[in-house]
Each structure stands twice: as structure tokens, then as C-alpha cells.
Design a protein around this ligand. Structure first.
Ligand code: 0L1
Ligand code: MG
Length: 262
């Protein structure tokens, strides 16, 4: 795929994000043959465009990390993208649906490393040894594609639907928790809408960070110390509508909440 085509596809999703407008997936007509490798080139161009606009990368995020979702999309590997500074929402804060297309929320377990991790061959044990803190987080996903309808290359090119992140304020050392059995409940206006455990994320969220390090090593990049890393949804994602008060509780990791307005 030539540079012009990469730019065209990055512009296509970037404009949709800026204009909060849903678009037909790339593989429908524009470029049906888009491969996973090419999709990451489009994502890199999109990231570059955001950096040139003055936005800053906060940290990486992993997506499609549940076995059910990987099976459904017929893939062996999760995917990664990036959270930017303009996507951050304060814990206890408010979001407006008018700033998004069709937002959903999913609870995640975040990691902060004390040392860089460089693949290949990184294991969950390496991750836990390199982890300074784990923390509770929420991700707001907002696929730029109509009805969240996409193939794997489409969603990679769209920075894995990244649109928002809310970081909780409880920091715990990883050895103080068994992250695979940390339970999570997501309630909206007092009614439980989703629940899960850390094991929903590739068996253990540390596996997700290991997979990230190993995937990034293919581009000779590493997972950097100090950056918050989102490891993937612990429950299924839940649609957001005005009036929702979202409250998510994490066993041993506190809670995170926010309000949704028009
Ligand atoms: O963070 C995620 O798991 C989202 C990845 C993209 C899938 C989606 O938008 O549903
Ligand atoms: Mg996510």
C-alpha cells in the first residue's frame, strides 16, 4: 500500500472522529483488501496526525482481549491502539454524548510499569515483576464505523475505537491482589448492567501487557515505564445514554464513576 493510500485512509477515520460522524467501514468499498499489517500503518499515520495537532499519547490500550471476542472475530491475537490526552475524563466527572458518535463504556484494569518491557518472549511473570502499580479504569469506546460494524483491520485503522479513558485513584502493588479473580460490577443508575472478573482479559490482565510488549517488538518498540496501560475489557461494553450515572466497583481496587449528559 503506497503512502498516499495510507494517508487517505487515516484522513477518512480521523475526519469522522473529529466531526463525530459515523462512516462506512474501510473494507466495505474504499479498500476491501486492507490487511492487518496495512491497518497498523494507517493507525500509525492517524497517531502521527494527532501528534502533529499537539495531542499527546497518554499510554497504550489493548482491545479484543476476551476469548469470546477473539473467537467471534476469528483471530488469535488481540489488538492495540493509543489513548490521547484529550480523551481523559476525570473520575467522578461528566461526559456529554454529543462529544461522541455512539459511546460505550467498559471496565478495565490498568498497569503502570516501573521499567520498560521489550519483547519478544515477555511473559506474565515478567510483567508482574516490572509492574509498579495496578489501578481501576474505564474505557469509552466509540467506533467511528456505523453500528460498531467492522472487520479486524478496520478497527485497528480506527485506533481500536479509542475515545475516552477514566482512571481511578486507587493504586495497588500487583502482589497485593490476585488480578484474575478481581471481580468487577458495572451499574447504571443503581442497576447492575455487567459483571466480570480479571480472568476475562486473556486469563489474567498481565498476559495482556505481555502480548502488547511482544506485538510492539515486531516494530522494535517497547512498553514504556510510567505510562498507564489499559489491558482490555473485563465485562462486555455497555451503551451510554444521557442521564446515565455509571458506577463501577472493583474488588480490592475501589471504584470509578461518571455521569452522562446530552
Ligand atoms: O478496547 C476494546 O476492546 C475495543 C476494541 C474495539 C472493539 C470495539 O470497538 O468494540
Ligand atoms: Mg477497551
Amino acid at each position: 500500500m503506497d503512502k498516499e493510500r495510507i494517508k487517505q485512509l487515516a484522513n477518512y477515520v480521523h475526519h469522522a472522529e473529529k466531526e463525530k460522524r459515523e462512516i462506512v467501514k474501510i473494507t466495505a468499498e474504499l479498500y476491501p483488501e486492507l490487511s492487518i499489517e496495512e491497518a497498523y500503518l494507517v493507525q500509525e499515520e492517524l497517531v502521527q496526525q494527532k501528534l502533529e495537532e499537539g495531542k499527546k499519547i497518554v499510554g497504550p490500550k489493548m482491545g479484543i482481549t476476551s476469548e469470546a471476542k477473539m473467537k467471534q472475530m476469528n483471530v488469535d491475537n488481540p489488538i492495540y491502539g493509543y489513548v490521547f490526552d484529550d480523551m481523559i475524563v476525570e473520575d467522578g466527572g461528566t461526559i456529554s454524548v454529543s462529544d461522541y458518535i455512539h459511546p460505550k463504556v467498559e471496565p478495565e484494569i490498568g498497569f503502570i510499569l516501573k521499567e520498560d518491557l521489550e519483547g519478544p518472549g515477555v511473559t506474565a511473570l515478567d510483567v508482574l515483576r516490572a509492574t509498579e502499580y495496578v489501578f481501576p479504569a474505564l474505557e469509552i469506546i466509540d467506533s467511528r464505523y456505523e453500528n460498531f460494524n467492522f472487520t479486524l483491520p478496520d478497527v485497528i485503522a480506527d485506533n481500536t475505537s479509542a475515545a475516552g479513558a477514566i482512571f481511578g485513584t486507587v493504586l495497588k502493588r500487583p502482589e497485593t491482589l490476585e488480578l484474575d479473580v478481581v471481580g468487577v460490577t458495572l451499574s447504571i443508575n443503581g442497576e447492575m448492567k455487567a459483571l466480570g472478573a480479571g480472568a476475562a482479559v486473556l486469563g489474567h490482565p498481565a498476559n495482556s501487557v505481555a502480548r502488547l510488549a511482544n506485538m510492539l517488538s515486531e516494530k522494535e518498540e517497547k512498553v514504556k515505564a510510567g505510562q498507564p496501560i489499559l489491558t482490555g475489557g473485563v465485562t462486555s461494553a455497555v451503551h451510554l445514554t444521557p442521564g446515565d450515572y455509571v458506577h463501577v466497583k472493583y474488588g480490592g481496587l475501589g471504584d470509578v464513576s461518571f455521569l452522562v449528559t446530552e
